[in-house]
Design a protein around this ligand. Structure first.
Ligand SMILES: Nc1nc2c(c(=O)[nH]1)N[C@H]1C(S)=C(S)[C@@H](COP(=O)(O)OP(=O)(O)OC[C@H]3O[C@@H](n4cnc5c(=O)[nH]c(N)nc54)[C@H](O)[C@@H]3O)O[C@H]1N2
Ligand SMILES: Nc1nc2c(c(=O)[nH]1)N[C@H]1C(S)=C(S)[C@@H](COP(=O)(O)OP(=O)(O)OC[C@H]3O[C@@H](n4cnc5c(=O)[nH]c(N)nc54)[C@H](O)[C@@H]3O)O[C@H]1N2
Ligand SMILES: [Mo]
Length: 565
């Protein structure tokens, strides 16, 4: 969001999902689409098979979508700025850039173009491991196509230079005039089912709903008025993001924490450090639908209920606000998240009462310009894409048509930045982490599904056969993978998906917690951790082959009282 907002003025997917059917080329990078966005991947396959779309995959791991690709490039992890700059260097030199579009709609071009001069194919080849020929072929495939779309996900963002990676993709799309057009765009595939909605609703430390900034006095006054408060009652200082809160807890600057629908004791980087941070808290509340690893450390657990048991809306990746409807009623003491929040607020002295989820949507529409025209009535059948400012507005499937949200699109001059932790003689492998199709994140939900556990009962480390041969390791042998921060044991899966020198481990299983190894190096703007690159050593481990169980972790001593969930 930070990268796209700086470049275009708005940090969301620019085009609808089905637009890839109209693209001449789709650049797919840092998204393992078939496993993590399988519905979207179906559109990509349809585009290739029925509409002549060409797919260019650039990913350090040979993902399944490569089977549908016109061209596949396998760069070293953490070298995206270099190859993107390299492609743009070639595109300008070959005259494939959309100069009229650039002159008319963008700014900052000169400094940007100057910076590209040194990114010659040879220089880029040195950094990325890609050949000069590969770089030319990729530049041609994207650079000559109109319209061309870019899809990306965590392989681009989860780096200490994640924001700059995103800005670089923005540069590339602007240079070729691919914004504000059907079949074009820069499209971040959002992750959690409603992460777009959570962001839209101000689930960020610096904005209210619809990205209205807390440091703008008129915005604060408007919200104060809507909530019946004094004009100056609301704080003008942005808060902390998740990855800043934990270190702040260790320093005693954050004393209490209330976590809702997040399991950071499995999902955050450098877990051993996170545990220390949580132990330093005076008071810790967790609101979840299951008793998670994180909930086990809490002073108080507030049991919530799942998506299937409540009314509301989810906003999908393409900004479409859609209804979800209550399908189940389950007896018990668990309550809707919104009811718990309202009740807490009321007990803390600010009475909050909403009769229904719909009443909340009415308030959202009143205080949020981009949601002004969204109502349950209008989205009863089909959703609406924001911005949708009033009740006659049809919604906005494509952003930045005619003009960018910020006026002109802004080019940035960006330099290659190596990963924070590079390999060396002691830690010679790059560790990359991510997901598999059958499991979701920390497994709280998917690991309770019998079918999914049959399909994917355990987690394995993908290792290139060349490395495995050197280590004397065969399929299912136990590996010890160690970083400067911790060590795990995990079975080997010999696979040519990762290149030699790279191992890939999913983070889904708490008992093989790969986040013991990952580094909490943060992007300076977005504060996203560098989950995709750290240095490890890989050894063949002795002893029994790894046995995976579903047993709950031991209760932490700190747990005082845990409500039945
Ligand atoms: N089945 C399933 N689906 C999910 C999820 C899940 O847990 N399970 N989680 C959801 C969530 S919240 C998210 S955020 C999305 C994530 O969706 P993805 O981002 O697709 O998920 P990852 O598995 O993290 O894959 C990242 C991709 O980036 C590549 N990559 C790694 N390092 C680099 C690099 O340096 N440069 C580039 N260009 N690529 C790199 C990896 O090889 C991989 O193909 O998935 C969502 N969908
Ligand atoms: N090594 C490594 N680590 C990563 C990543 C990676 O690629 N590599 N990816 C990162 C990314 S992109 C993400 S998004 C995070 C995900 O990390 P988390 O968000 O911590 O993981 P989830 O397992 O999705 O946790 C969601 C929690 O919400 C609960 N829940 C589900 N529905 C509801 C509800 O309606 N109400 C309430 N109150 N709770 C509910 C679930 O039981 C679960 O405990 O992981 C990050 N961590
Ligand atoms: Mo995510």
């Amino acid at each position: 969001m930070a990268g796209l907002a700086a470049t275009f003025g708005s940090g969301a997917m620019t085009n609808p999902i089905c637009d890839v059917l109209k693209s001449e080329t789709v650049l797919v990078t840092g998204t393992n689409t078939t496993e993590n966005h399988p519905i979207f991947a179906n559109y990509l396959k349809e585009a290739v098979l029925k509409h002549g779309t060409k797919i260019l995959v650039i990913d350090p791991r040979r993902i399944d979508l490569v089977d549908y690709a016109e061209l596949y490039l396998q760069p070293r992890p953490g070298t995206d700025i270099a190859w993107i700059n390299g492609l743009m260097h070639i595109i300008i030199k070959e005259g494939w850039a959309a100069q009229d579009y650039v002159d008319e709609r963008c700014e900052g071009y000169e400094a940007f173009a100057k910076n590209l001069e040194k990114f010659t194919p040879e220089y880029v080849s040195d950094i990325t491991g890609l050949s000069v020929e590969e770089l030319y072929a990729a530049a041609k495939l994207y650079g000559q196509a109109r319209p061309a779309s870019i899809l990306y996900a965590m392989g681009i963002t989860q780096h200490a230079c994640g924001t700059d990676n995103v800005k670089s993709l923005g540069n590339l799309a602007m240079l070729c005039g691919n914004l504000g057009v059907e079949g074009g765009g820069v499209n971040p595939l959002r992750g959690q089912n409603n992460v777009q909605g959570a962001c839209d609703m101000g689930g960020l430390p610096n904005v209210y709903t619809g990205y209205q900034k807390v440091d703008i006095p008129e915005v604060r006054e408007k919200f104060a008025k809507a909530w019946g408060l004094e004009a100056d009652a609301l704080d003008d200082k942005p808060g902390l993001v998740l990855t800043e809160m934990f270190p702040a807890a260790a320093e005693g600057k954050v004393k209490a924490m209330y976590i809702m629908g997040e399991n950071p004791l499995v999902s955050d980087p450098d877990l051993t450090h996170i545990e220390h941070c949580v132990e330093a808290l005076d008071f810790f509340v967790v609101q979840d639908i299951f008793l998670t690893e994180t909930a086990l450390m809490a002073d108080v657990v507030l049991p919530g209920i799942s998506f299937a048991e409540k009314d509301g809306t989810f906003v999908n990746s393409e900004r479409v606000v859609q209804r979800i409807r209550k399908a189940l009623t389950i007896a018990g003491e668990a309550r809707e998240d919104r009811e718990i929040i309202a009740e807490l607020s009321t007990r803390m002295g600010y009475e909050m009462k909403y009769e229904s989820a719909e009443a909340i949507m009415q308030e959202i529409a009143q205080v949020t310009p981009s949601y002004g025209g969204i109502s349950y009535e209008r989205i009863a059948e089909n959703g609406l894409a924001w911005p949708c400012p009033d009740s006659d507005h049809p919604g906005t499937p494509i952003l930045h048509v005619n003009t960018f949200s910020r006026g002109k699109g802004l080019f940035f001059a960006i330099d290659h930045q190596p990963p924070v932790e590079e390999t060396d003689a002691e830690y010679p492998f790059i560790l990359s982490t991510g997901r598999v199709l059958s499991h979701f994140h920390t497994g709280t939900m998917t690991r309770k599904g019998e079918g999914l556990n049959k399909v994917h009962p355990e987690i394995k480390a993908e290792i290139n056969p060349e490395d495995a041969a050197r280590l004397g390791v065969e399929d299912d042998d136990l590996l010890a993978i160690t970083s400067r921060r911790g060590s795990i044991k995990v079975k080997a899966w010999l696979s040519d998906r990762p290149a030699a020198g790279v191992v890939f481990v999913p983070f889904h299983f708490h008992e093989i917690a790969v986040n013991r190894l990952t580094i909490a190096a943060l992007d300076p703007v977005a504060k996203i951790p560098e989950y995709k690159v750290c240095a490890v050593k890989v050894e063949k481990a002795d002893g029994a082959k790894n046995v995976v169980s579903n047993k709950k972790p031991k209760k932490s001593k700190k747990t005082k009282k845990v409500e039945k969930s």
